[in-house]
Design a protein around this ligand. Structure first.
Ligand SMILES: NC(=O)c1ccc[n+]([C@@H]2O[C@H](COP(=O)([O-])OP(=O)(O)OC[C@H]3O[C@@H](n4cnc5c(N)ncnc54)[C@H](O)[C@@H]3O)[C@@H](O)[C@H]2O)c1
Ligand SMILES: [Zn+2]
Ligand SMILES: [Zn+2]
Length: 380
């Protein structure tokens, strides 16, 4: 089969690999029909994620058709169209029983903080991902669901990560009726978080980024006010000015460890690797939320960080909530919103690229070329 393969920072290509085999009775092999490239894949692509091994296939946002199932699989059979959440989890451990699927204790021998994620380095379990013609889906009775009748394939695809994550980001903000919500980052996660904030009662939604085409999208798709942080002297001051000088009630960080906006942070993280990443967006969130407010962090961060303004967070009495999204937990509510016509997730897709040309897809998305927001990888 054809599969995307990591060859080192900024180098990916398509290679021939063996079709994965059933390794455990509860495995399924899924023929991938659509995959997407996530902002999280860029952290791998940029070489920022520890233990990303050459030869690995990325891809944790995908849907497909069941090709084969192991002998103990009861919920799926060959031919079923399935959407597969990006988390791999057992469904029965202490954490899974609490709904913390992304923190499953049974699927990742390499870390205790995070569970398993498809195609997301050995730090997240060493599973191959879905940017390929076939993928092994462990614990097939637990994660995947049959795609409901009438749900568009592209919408199903986005439910497996970006949409579920954006929605979860808004949920963790504990938004109350009329709240002012600021979202840092106008990528797919930020767009969906901003859109979801309205569904949860926000009174005002402001999206911050520096890419004008993405801010245009945030106005059109997420009905948000927007600010480009490069067009104001001080983004925190600007946000304070726009929120009665008190600050936003809720701030969502949909940027993560590769934030722009501060040269020193950029050089000490991306270039010199002196710290795990740049905390610029997180610090802006801490500074621009009001005292007693809530910060929801969806942006991905590596384990160790310096220069985070934790003292300010403490003294402002902030609530900071964060996690990898337990994608499947959001599906029932997201389906209702989509079926009721309140949300058409596929509106954010900007590119479709055949698997053979996936290197171009990574380059476009990484360099933010050609107004790229979300790329779908096709396999037929
Ligand atoms: N928690 C989870 O479960 C989960 C799931 C998916 C993605 N993520 C993470 O969410 C983040 C966003 O994902 P995405 O797919 O939207 O990625 P993306 O790269 O498309 O979007 C990130 C956006 O942030 C903007 N940005 C950079 N610095 C900024 C700053 N200082 N302030 C405001 N905006 C800034 C960029 O211009 C870009 O538009 C990534 O870190 C990704 O790893 C987390
Ligand atoms: Zn992702
Ligand atoms: Zn578990």
């Amino acid at each position: 089969m054809k599969a995307m393969v990591y060859r080192g920072p900024y180098k990916v290509r398509v290679e021939e690999k063996d079709i994965p085999k059933i390794e455990h009775p509860n495995d399924a092999i899924v023929r991938v029909t659509r995959a997407a490239i996530c902002g999280s894949d860029l952290h791998l692509y940029h070489g920022m994620m520890p233990d990303t091994r050459v030869g690995t296939t990325f891809g944790h946002e995908f849907i497909g058709v069941v090709h084969e199932v192991g002998p103990s699989v009861e919920n799926l059979k060959a031919g079923d169209r399935v959407m597969v959440p990006f988390n791999i989890y057992c469904g029965t451990c202490y954490f899974c029983r609490k709904g913390l699927y992304s923190n499953c204790h049974n699927v990742n021998p390499n870390a205790t903080a995070v569970g398993g994620i498809y195609g997301y380095s050995h730090t997240c379990g060493g599973y191959d991902g879905g940017q390929a013609e076939f993928v092994r889906v462990p614990l097939a009775d637990v994660g995947p669901s049959i795609i409901p009748e009438g749900l568009h394939d592209d919408d199903a695809l986005l439910m497996t990560d970006a949409l579920a994550t954006g929605y979860f980001g808004a949920q963790l903000g504990d938004i109350e009726e009329g709240d002012t919500v600021v979202v840092f980052g106008a990528g797919p996660v930020g767009q969906f978080a901003a859109r979801s904030a309205w569904l949860m009662g926000a009174g005002r939604v402001i999206v911050v980024d520096h890419l004008d085409y993405r801010l245009d999208k945030a106005r059109e798709f997420a009905f948000a006010e927007t600010i480009s942080f490069t067009e104001v002297d001080d983004i925190v001051l600007e946000l304070k000015k726009q929120t009665d000088w008190l600050g936003a009630d809720v701030v969502i960080d949909a940027v993560g460890a590769e934030a722009d906006g501060n040269l020193v942070q950029h050089i000490t993280s991306a270039k010199l690797k002196l710290q795990g990443g740049s905390p610029v967006a997180l610090n802006w969130a801490i500074d621009s939320v009001r005292k007693g407010g809530t910060i929801s962090v969806m942006g991905a961060y590596g384990p160790l960080f310096s220069a985070v303004k934790f003292g300010d967070a403490m003294n402002k009495g902030l609530t900071i909530r964060t996690n990898q999204a337990p994608a499947k937990r959001q599906w029932p509510r997201l389906l209702e919103h989509i079926q009721a016509g309140r949300l058409t997730p596929r509106d954010i897709i900007t590119h479709r690229i055949p698997l053979e040309h996936i290197a171009e897809g990574y380059h476009l998305f990484s360099a933010k070329l050609d107004n790229c927001i979300k790329t779908v990888i096709t396999t037929d």
